[in-house]
Design a protein around this ligand. Structure first.
Ligand SMILES: Nc1nc(=O)c2c([nH]1)NC[C@@H]1CN(c3ccc(C(=O)N[C@@H](CCC(=O)O)C(=O)O)cc3)CN21
Ligand SMILES: CC(C)C(=O)C(=O)O
Ligand SMILES: [Mg+2]
Length: 276
């Protein structure tokens, strides 16, 4: 029935984005566009702009709460914002960060991940390498898909000595690659790579079966993510190298979000200037 939709009526909804769909995108060489999101209104807008994945990030510590790090963010904070985003979102895949201190043991990780899944998350993101493998296995065996996060892991800021590019040495690069393989082997469904050399982002993305999402990890990851406030140019802090302000040259937020999605899909973002 061509043309049965009348003006003002809802557009046909896109199909829900699922983990197998994202795996197919990686396999087909189609880029995945992801943004952080913290509330229902932005979730509805990002979903309508065809953002593939939304992340309720512990970056809320910086962008919502005004802290210098992500460490003060609680499981209750993430669960609350996840429930807000879930109500606004229809079809994007929804991930939530496990905050600092919420996954010290497999059992505590499970207990806390259940809270986020019940708030509407479809997978949970955890920062860490090989030491996390038991937890990744524990969660995935209990039906909680895991998104692992390597490279610059902001919850380790006091050990790292600041928000700095990681794995610049051969040794560091080899450790990251072996951590990535171990996490995939333990059952991780996706891998986030933050602030590493673009060449390493490519090696890891080529070596793994699962999709990789980069932020300052080069153009060859399976997809990209930015913090919403950074890509809209409203975060007052120092801008990291990997940030591009997509509001520049736009007059409304929907156009900025669409331009981000398009730039990720056509490979024009990130450019060399956003990479390490
Ligand atoms: N607004 C916001 N955006 C983010 O991307 C973000 C947060 N908050 N909070 C949690 C972490 C912290 N992140 C950061 C913060 C700063 C840099 C940064 O300024 N990096 C320097 C690297 C310089 C060096 O290696 O010495 C840069 O120039 O990009 C990177 C990541 C990423 N995450
Ligand atoms: C920057 C992304 C990857 C994140 O972990 C967050 O927003 O907390
Ligand atoms: Mg985070």
């Amino acid at each position: 029935m061509a043309g049965y939709l009348q003006e003002g009526q809802a557009e046909p909804q896109r199909k829900a984005v699922t983990l197998p769909a994202l795996q197919n995108m990686k396999d087909a060489g189609k880029k995945i566009a992801m943004l952080t999101c913290y509330d229902a209104s932005f979730a509805a807008l990002m979903d309508a702009c065809a953002v593939d994945m939304l992340l309720v990030g512990d970056s809320m510590g910086n962008v919502l709460q005004g802290h210098a790090t992500t460490l003060p963010v609680s499981i209750a904070d993430i669960a609350y914002h996840t429930s807000c985003v879930a109500r606004g979102n229809k079809s994007a895949l929804l991930a939530a960060d496990m905050p600092f201190g919420s996954y010290g043991t497999p059992e505590s990780a499970y207990e806390n991940a259940v809270k986020l899944m019940q708030a509407g998350a479809q997978l949970v993101k955890l920062e860490g390498g090989a030491w996390l493998c038991d937890t990744v296995r524990f969660l995935t065996e209990r039906s909680i898909p895991v998104f692992a996060h390597l490279g610059l892991t902001p919850q380790s800021v006091h050990q790292l000595g600041g928000f700095k590019v990681q794995c610049k040495t051969t040794e560091g690069a080899e450790r990251l690659l072996s951590d990535a393989r171990a996490l995939q082997e333990a059952g991780a469904s996706m891998l986030l790579l933050e602030a590493i050399p673009a060449s390493l982002g490519k090696s890891v993305s080529d070596a793994l079966r699962i999709p990789t999402i980069g932020i300052g990890a080069g153009l060859d990851c399976s997809g990209q993510v930015l913090v919403m406030h950074d890509m809209l140019g409203v975060f007052p802090g120092k801008k990291a190298r990997f940030v591009r302000n997509f509001m520049a040259g736009q007059t409304d937020i929907a156009s900025a979000i669409r331009s981000y999605v398009e730039a990720v899909k056509d490979g024009s973002f990130p450019a060399t200037e956003h990479c390490f």
